[in-house]
Design a binder for this molecule. Structure first.
Ligand code: TEU
Length: 527
């Protein structure tokens, strides 16, 4: 049976404000909370489709590009069915989708169903009076202004997840910023309106959605306190209520009613693989869910072996297709976390060798580090500016962003942009960029790497070794060896082997000599 495209794909996350600018700075407003400075746009993404096709990614996940006051840089949506003038127009979106499709690249959009912006017309109406038609679309509670209804903590501010609305004398719930009021998904009108939003984009041809904080949709109506020892942690990382599952089954039915294997990838921000696995339902909820414990694992063979086993044990038996991610727009880049390019390269071999769909974060193929953001340029209330630095495409003023030679981009560039940019690295066959390209090609060429089983192999201390075998393709066998340590180590392959990809680019196509370099990783084939 041919697997759905998303199980065979390598996804590439584009954080829209930071990818590239295609229109002149004057074409739309800048980002207000960033002093009106210019951001990337949809036209800029179109400009870089050549890069993405050359690299070999299969699908793009675009972070929110909707009209928004940008209190959370787009994750505070003021209109789910339009494009922010900061990023372009609906025409730009249609053109991007069509051009990507021409290159065989799919596109999924970020959908933010847990909360809207406080400027969304639904919330503006809701807070206008207790009798307003949209009042019950949000979560309101009575109380006294000096005591929030429960002990839940909001993400980012780490204050109460409640704001007192003076005019109407009630509290409203927000698991994130006060500018991001939570919708009440127990209200059928909310669900119906949100299904309409999905139809709007599905009808336009979108290939699926990345669903923001999907585990927060169902809530216990009693809104019970968090356990006292966890009350200081954001409730957005703890809400895990059975009421979410029927909501997901209805979403799944809606998405599956469209032809073409459209997909739902849920951000299940619960740091337990056991819990994450439940959001696949009986194959009738999410098609895929992010699983963040590996992202937070330290760079050691033992930690990763354990994390991979957890995935195999929890997801394997229920037929849930795993995902893998090292970096995204909410966390320090893995190049920064792991401390060296050698390790970042080895991590790329690991990521693209695992069983499941890998999600790359734009710029990791350039080995980008987080930017140093001076205090006067800090804009994110969640402290995530560093990993959101703009992508440098070229050397010189502007770095390939339209107009950036004349005006500031919303965040500072990452370190060394005159060398660490796409054009420079492309001219160097030994660069990390070429490594990613070879890894993607190796994955595409090998059914074993794409969908073969995962089998752990014995390995010396500090090495993770596993084998990928496609049951239906004898001979298409791959072994991945990752040396997490900082010195060379002898490590045998199960058969005489050829090096398919080496994280340092050494000896590819030749015989494997049985020694792994410091912080190096290889993909091997028999022969
Ligand atoms: O993130 C939600 C989320 O739960 C974590 O990524 C977040 O870092 C954590 O709760 C902090 O404790 C998603 C988006 O990826 C993020 O960019 C948005 O800011 C957030 O939702 C709100 O929409």
């Amino acid at each position: 049976m041919t697997p759905p495209w998303w199980a065979d794909a390598v996804f590439y996350e584009i954080y829209v404000p930071s990818f590239c600018r295609g229109r002149p700075p004057s074409a739309g407003p800048g980002l207000a909370p960033a002093g009106g400075r210019m951001a990337g746009d949809l036209a800029g993404i179109r400009r870089r489709l050549d890069h993405l096709q050359w690299l070999g990614v299969d699908a793009l996940w675009l972070t929110p590009f909707y009209p928004s006051p940008m209190a959370d840089f787009g994750y505070d949506v003021a209109d789910y069915c339009d494009v922010s003038p900061a990023f372009g127009t609906l025409d730009d979106f249609d053109r991007l989708l069509a051009d990507a499709r021409d290159r065989g690249i799919r596109v999924i959009a970020d959908w933010v169903p847990n909360h809207t912006s406080d400027r969304h017309p639904w919330f503006v109406d809701a807070r206008s009076s207790r009798q307003s038609p949209h009042r019950e679309w949000y979560v309101w509670r009575d109380g006294s202004p000096d005591r929030p209804p429960n002990n839940w903590t909001a993400a980012f501010t780490r204050g109460p997840a409640w704001t007192w609305d003076e005019a109407t004398g009630q509290w409203y719930l927000h698991l994130f910023l006060p500018e991001q009021p939570d919708l009440d998904w127990s209200n059928p009108a909310v669900e119906a309106a949100m299904h309409d939003v999905l139809r709007f984009w599905l009808d336009r041809g979108i290939d699926g959605f990345r669903v923001d904080v999907v585990h927060a949709l169902g809530k216990d109506p009693a809104l019970p306190d968090a356990p006292p020892d966890r009350a200081h942690l954001p409730w957005s990382s703890q809400n895990d209520d059975p009421r979410t599952h029927p909501i997901l089954r209805r979403l799944r039915a809606l998405v599956d009613s469209y032809a073409g294997d459209r997909c739902l990838v849920g951000e299940v921000y619960l740091l337990s693989t056991t819990r994450v696995a439940r959001y696949y339902g009986q194959g009738d909820e999410l098609h895929m869910a992010f699983n963040f414990p590996p992202l937070y694992a330290p760079w050691t063979a033992d930690a990763w072996r354990h994390r991979i086993r957890r995935v195999e044990e929890e997801m394997g038996p229920i037929g849930a297709w795993p995902t893998w991610v090292l970096s995204n727009h909410d966390n320090a880049r893995h190049r920064t976390r792991y401390g060296s390019e050698a390790r970042a390269r080895a991590a790329a071999v690991l990521l693209l060798g695992l069983r499941g769909t890998p999600f790359l974060y734009a710029g990791e193929e350039l080995g980008l580090e987080d930017a140093e953001v001076p205090a006067d340029r800090v804009v994110d209330p969640g402290g995530r500016d560093g990993c959101r630095a703009p992508i440098p495409w070229e050397a010189g003023a502007g770095h390939g962003w339209e107009g950036a030679d004349r005006t500031d981009v919303w965040l500072p560039w990452p370190p060394d942009p005159d060398r660490r940019n796409a054009a420079y690295l492309r001219s160097d066959p030994g660069s990390i960029l070429h490594l990613y390209r070879r890894l993607l090609a190796a994955r595409r060429a090998s059914p074993a790497l794409r969908r073969g089983g995962y089998e752990e192999l014995d390995a010396p201390e500090g090495v993770l070794a596993f084998r990928r075998v496609a049951a239906d393709r004898p001979g298409d066998d791959r072994v991945v060896l990752v040396n997490f340590g900082d010195s060379d180590v002898g490590c045998a392959a199960p058969w005489p082997a050829t090096v398919v990809v080496d994280s340092r680019g050494e000896g590819e196509g030749g015989p494997y000599a049985g020694v792994l370099g410091a912080s190096a990783a290889v993909v091997l084939a028999p022969g």
